[in-house]
Design a binder for this molecule. Structure first.
Ligand code: C2E
Ligand code: MG
Ligand code: MG
Ligand code: MG
Length: 291
């Protein structure tokens, strides 16, 4: 113990730990400032039907854009925000903004599908999560079936029984649920079967491995599991045509990735929606978008 070693206590706080702690504190302060100054915004990445190439939905992705430092990537600030609890405030901003933007697109008849919003573990565990979502849907006048929430295996496995209960409450409201980054966490098949999910998102790492037979077998297996559980499969991080063709063969339904589009600002996404217009009034598209 550091204490028993008296004056040598400092040795335990070595230089790299020190640097890490300072960095973390800097990011925490940056986030606090960013929240005060309204530097958090939301980008959207399209999700496309693999067969028709038409838009079925989009994922909302938080962006932290500061005038001084430019874009700070989620990979940098989300883990800190999760640790400090600031993610709860950021998450509420993202949820509200995403619901507002989608409501606007629906009112303009540019879109009929669902927006998917990522929930952190801390957010998902909030005792008032369902009420918060009710409030936001009411304030933004967005019908609940236009909202999907993405959660990870890590989030639900922290306490599966409570998680199942929360998931059921959300589903009862008409909100859809997706398991994000599937295959990178530690959820068991026994639990997966009990989670009231609609969608399973295959992590980009598996898509990247599809250039090998083993990698393709892996994706094949995941798709089979998902379909046995009646889940729609979304492939994340699709960058190449070859991957798209292979995913189609493996009966994956939806793809998301740079192959179609990077995440776009709300204004750029509006343009993207306008370009999708010829199929605007088609009833079949409307139905498949809400499948
Ligand atoms: P995620 O939810 O799995 O989101 C997908 C990530 O993959 C996004 O990174 C997206 O920009 C990126 N991506 C999509 N297609 C491609 C591709 O073809 N190639 C490559 N290289 N990347 C692709 P992003 O926006 O940096 O977000 C990273 C992670 O941060 C997200 O992973 C999610 O876990 C978290 N995150 C993002 N926004 C939010 C949020 O609003 N709330 C919470 N709690 N977490 C968020
Ligand atoms: Mg996600
Ligand atoms: Mg993911
Ligand atoms: Mg991810």
């Amino acid at each position: 113990h550091a204490k028993s070693e008296g004056g040598n206590r400092y040795l335990f706080f070595n230089d790299s730990m020190n640097k890490q702690a300072v960095k973390r504190l800097q990011i925490e302060n940056l986030i606090r400032h960013g929240l005060k100054e309204d530097f958090f915004t939301v980008y959207y990445q399209p999700k496309m039907d693999i067969h028709t190439g038409k838009l079925v939905g989009m994922e909302a992705l938080v962006r932290f854009i500061t005038p001084k430092r430019g874009i700070i990537s989620p990979g940098t600030f989300i883990p800190v925000a999760e640790e400090t609890g600031q993610i709860v405030e950021i998450g509420a901003i993202v949820l509200k903004k995403a619901c507002q933007d989608v409501k606007n697109w629906i009112d303009q008849e540019l879109f009929h599908g669902r927006v998917a919003v990522n929930l952190s573990a801390k957010q998902f565990m909030l005792p008032y999560l369902c009420e918060q979502i009710d409030d936001i849907l009411q304030q933004t006048e967005l019908p609940s079936y236009h909202l999907e929430l993405e959660i990870t295996e890590g989030t639900v496995m922290q306490s599966p029984t409570i998680a199942i209960d929360t998931m059921k409450k959300l589903r009862a409201r008409g909100v859809h649920l997706a398991m994000d980054d599937f295959g990178t966490g530690y959820s068991s098949l026994a639990y997966l079967k009990q989670f009231p999910l609609n969608t399973l998102k295959i992590d980009k790492a598996f898509i990247d491995d599809m250039n090998t037979a083993r990698g393709r077998n892996m994706v094949d297996t995941i798709v089979t599991i998902a379909h046995n559980l009646s889940l729609t499969v979304v492939a994340e991080g699709v960058e190449e045509k070859q991957q798209l063709l292979q995913l189609k063969q493996l009966r994956c339904e939806v793809i998301q990735g740079y192959y179609y589009s990077k995440p776009l600002s709300a204004d750029d996404f509006t343009q993207f929606l306008r370009q999708q217009q010829p199929q605007k009034k088609s009833a079949t598209v409307e139905q498949s978008a809400l499948r």
